[in-house]
Design a protein around this ligand. Structure first.
Ligand code: FES
Length: 100
């Protein structure tokens, strides 16, 4: 990894575990976790099954698809789908059942 790529990466922290990993803007949050050896719950990986749903404690994400499988109320309460979310800033996530 060169210094330019490093500069563009964001830090993602799992609040409960205290684990941190880096996310390239080219990877979904789920893909970045898996690339760093952290298994987050997942199934469809296309934003429909909601298996990966977790809480965004801080930071901002953008979605790769127009309508990820979350209601407006769920989005406003901080829930995200990491399989189709890309980090726009450093993130802190509250995830259940993360494994290394
Ligand atoms: S893995 Fe199915 S919605 Fe994320």
């Amino acid at each position: 990894m060169n210094s330019e790529q490093k500069h563009q990466d964001f830090t993602i922290e799992l609040q409960r575990e205290g684990w941190q990993f880096y996310a390239s803007p080219h990877l979904s949050v789920l893909e970045a976790a898996l690339a760093n050896g952290i298994a987050l719950p997942n199934s469809c990986r296309n934003g429909t099954c909601r298996t990966c749903m977790c809480t965004l404690v801080s930071g901002q994400v953008a979605y790769r698809i127009t309508w990820p499988g979350l209601s407006q109320e769920e989005k406003e309460s901080g829930l995200i789908l990491p399989c189709v979310a890309v980090a726009l800033t450093d993130l802190v996530l509250a995830v259940t059942h993360a494994k290394k």
